[in-house]
Write a protein that binds this ligand. Structure first.
Ligand code: ADP
Ligand code: MG
Length: 269
């Protein structure tokens, strides 16, 4: 459907094949990547690029940004799940790889710095949903991670900025899992990338093993952020008691695997 290779810069190509209706660049992203929402005929797509080679402001240089996108492409090729946008492949260009995804409507469940408690913000409206609807969205997130864990993918840099919720369709979309890694790995940074609200202790400890037990912790933290106030205060948590018990175990004594966490979560629900 899309060419495997183009000989012009991504944005030039995209403006020629369709209507660019959204751009995610340095004004909103600190990744250095530049992405586009493009209407091509009747369909909308999300195109992701490693941005401008001369942009050395981001933590990762252009080479490393391209490698991360190739990693994201491998992840998208290895797991098909309704919570992830359909992946349409990679276009090779003079500006590096261009990843092509389905465009997903919805609102980002991450409120940028200024007003985290604004009740009209998407994350606050998500938190205020009827608890059954909220749990159904988390079930989608957890089910996706069961497939990712089975395929050997381990969490990295997961946070609420990877979640889009479509409030009218009640559909959760998970994107930007570019920093997930194949198989267990060792903490090679000390404090890994990420938002501390979601991170496991091993993500702060140089040399510590990071594996699907880490993924279980991060997913349980995600549930505590949305179903509670981000703490283990049982009175703040909207989950039923057996679900709360699973989230508590996942973030204290821990589960031995992601599968064990997910089985316990389903048994509790
Ligand atoms: N498939 C998609 N459909 C619609 N919007 C998307 C999609 N994927 C990402 N986005 C939006 O684009 C933004 C940037 O994409 P992201 O993958 O997070 O790039 P970056 O690597 O720059 O963080 C996201 O914050 C989200 O709002
Ligand atoms: Mg992002």
């Amino acid at each position: 459907m899309f060419p495997g290779e183009i000989d012009e810069q991504p944005v030039t190509h995209l403006e020629r094949i369709g209507e660019v209706f959204a751009r995610f660049g340095a004004d909103t992203q600190d990744s250095g990547n530049i992405s586009y929402g493009v209407q091509v005929g009747p369909e909308r797509y999300f195109f992701k690029t490693a941005g401008v080679a001369s942009d050395t402001e981001p933590y990762l240089d252009f080479e490393a940004r391209q490698e991360l996108l190739r990693n994201a492409a491998r992840l998208a090729e290895s797991v098909l799940h309704p919570a992830m946008p359909t992946f349409h492949g990679v276009i090779e260009s003079p500006g590096g790889p261009v990843l092509v995804y389905e465009w997903r409507e919805g609102e980002l469940l991450y409120a940028a710095g200024d007003q985290p408690d604004d009740p009209t913000s998407a994350p606050q409206r998500f938190k205020a949903l009827p608890v059954d609807e909220l749990v159904a969205a988390l079930d989608q997130l957890f089910d996706l991670h069961a497939d990712l864990a089975k395929a050997g993918w381990v969490t990295g840099d997961f946070y609420d900025g990877a979640l889009i919720y479509n409030f009218s369709e009640r559909q959760l979309t998970v994107m930007d899992l570019d920093s997930y890694r194949p198989g267990p790995y060792r903490n090679d940074m000390g404090r890994m990338f990420g938002s501390s609200r979601f991170m496991a202790p091993e993500e702060f400890s140089l040399g510590a093993p990071i594996d699907d037990r880490t993924t279980a912790f991060v997913m349980a933290r995600t549930a505590l952020v949305f179903l509670s106030d981000g703490t283990l205060d049982p009175t703040a948590c909207r989950a039923i008691a057996p679900q709360y018990a699973v989230l508590q175990e996942a973030t204290t004594t821990r589960f031995p695997s992601y599968a064990a966490f997910y089985d316990a979560w389903r048994a509790a629900s």
